[in-house]
Ligand binder design. Structure first.
Ligand SMILES: *[C@@H]1O[C@H](CO)[C@@H](O)[C@H](O)[C@H]1NC(C)=O
Ligand SMILES: *[C@@H]1O[C@H](CO)[C@@H](O)[C@H](O)[C@H]1NC(C)=O
Ligand SMILES: *[C@@H]1O[C@H](CO)[C@@H](O)[C@H](O)[C@H]1NC(C)=O
Ligand SMILES: *[C@@H]1O[C@H](CO)[C@@H](O)[C@H](O)[C@H]1NC(C)=O
Ligand SMILES: *[C@@H]1O[C@H](CO)[C@@H](O)[C@H](O)[C@H]1NC(C)=O
Ligand SMILES: *[C@@H]1O[C@H](CO)[C@@H](O)[C@H](O)[C@H]1NC(C)=O
Ligand SMILES: *[C@@H]1O[C@H](CO)[C@@H](O)[C@H](O)[C@H]1NC(C)=O
Length: 261
């Protein structure tokens, strides 16, 4: 049904091309949102004085990369929000900031951003003329919280350190102590959660040398962000299971990716 609307509107566009110079503009073409946050994306359209909402229609739809189907995010037709054909993924999470319409700004707000929200957004505006633009949304999730676990295998005189965290995209895991890069002896695996996040688990089994302090580093390459957790083999209680000495989780990042208007 939505496809039909678009087709009709595009026909209208062609018809009205000669008569009106109606163009939709985007102040920002690429948005980057953190998983679970709220994002607003904006398209602008020309208004002359006050806006007659009864003549205004705004459509937002989303298409994931590599997907041929688009999802209806939000439909506002002749001054009214229309929900019947809204895609279930966006129910209760997408809204159009109505006050902004008066200023010629069609701003969509999506709350509690999911990995599947990433993709290309089309905003199509019909206000005595029709035009549309595309906006790209990237979604990222920091490996914020690293869960750690320490075990000891007394019979083999070995330690087992485990780090586990969730994020997006897939992180690389490094292990190190004061002297050595131990990544080669770690076993790192990942699964995909229902939310589309990577659940990464890395297990380091080793015989301690002189080093006491060990670190696992989650490197989220695309965010250029590192989070780490620290372990210590020090403990008086060498014969029993040692609790993880969870010293800190350090996050470093550099701004990247977003394009300023
Ligand atoms: C996102 O928006 C919702 C609804 O407006 C609000 O309740 C929530 O606090 C916002 N979350 C963040 C992280 O800003
Ligand atoms: C804007 O509206 C005024 C008064 O309604 C009209 O005189 C003017 O021609 C309009 N300008 C454009 C660009 O449509
Ligand atoms: C550590 O070793 C792994 C492979 O064993 C390598 O991929 C990684 O780049 C090394 N890291 C550093 C910081 O040298
Ligand atoms: C790594 O861990 C996975 C899952 O725990 C296991 O199936 C696999 O055999 C391990 N690989 C190595 C090289 O130890
Ligand atoms: C992530 O992986 C860990 C260890 O492999 C598992 O215990 C945990 O339940 C997983 N969490 C999710 C949300 O899949
Ligand atoms: C112990 O030392 C050897 C070299 O002397 C090194 O290859 C190995 O990675 C070290 N292991 C740990 C856990 O530090
Ligand atoms: C290990 O870390 C602790 C606390 O950060 C520090 O006091 C200690 O000197 C470190 N040990 C080595 C061998 O660097």
């Amino acid at each position: 049904m939505f496809q039909i609307q678009i087709t009709i509107l595009l026909l209208e566009t062609q018809l009205s091309m000669v008569s009106a110079l109606f163009t939709v503009e985007v102040p920002q073409q690429l948005y980057t949102a953190e998983y679970g946050s709220n994002v607003t994306m904006e398209c602008r359209f020309p208004v002359n004085g006050s806006v007659d909402l009864g003549l205004l229609s705004v459509f937002w739809e989303q298409k994931r990369q590599g997907s041929s189907k688009s999802k209806e995010v939000y439909t506002f037709r002749n001054g009214k929000a229309l929900h019947p054909s809204q895609h279930p993924d966006y129910i209760g999470r997408a809204s159009l900031l109505h006050n902004e319409l008066m200023l010629g700004r069609a701003i969509i707000q999506i709350t509690n951003v999911k990995i599947t929200d990433a993709g290309s957004y089309l905003c199509l505006i019909d206000y005595q003329g029709v035009d549309y633009k595309y906006i790209a949304l990237e979604v990222r999730a920091s490996y914020k919280r690293i869960n750690t676990q320490v075990m000891r295998i007394p019979s083999e005189d070995k330690f087992v350190f485990m780090c586990q965290s969730k994020g997006f995209p897939l992180a690389e895991i490094f292990w190190q102590n004061e002297n050595f890069n131990l990544s080669g002896s770690a076993n790192t695996t990942h699964t995909l959660t229902a939310d589309g996040l990577y659940n990464v688990t890395s297990i380091l089994t080793f015989k301690p040398n002189t080093s006491e302090n060990y670190t696992c580093v989650f490197w989220n390459k695309e965010l250029n962000e590192e989070t780490s957790a620290h372990f210590s083999t020090l403990g008086d209680d060498f014969n029993s299971q040692t609790e993880a000495l969870y010293l800190s989780t350090v996050t470093t990042s550099r701004d990247s990716g977003s394009v300023d208007p």
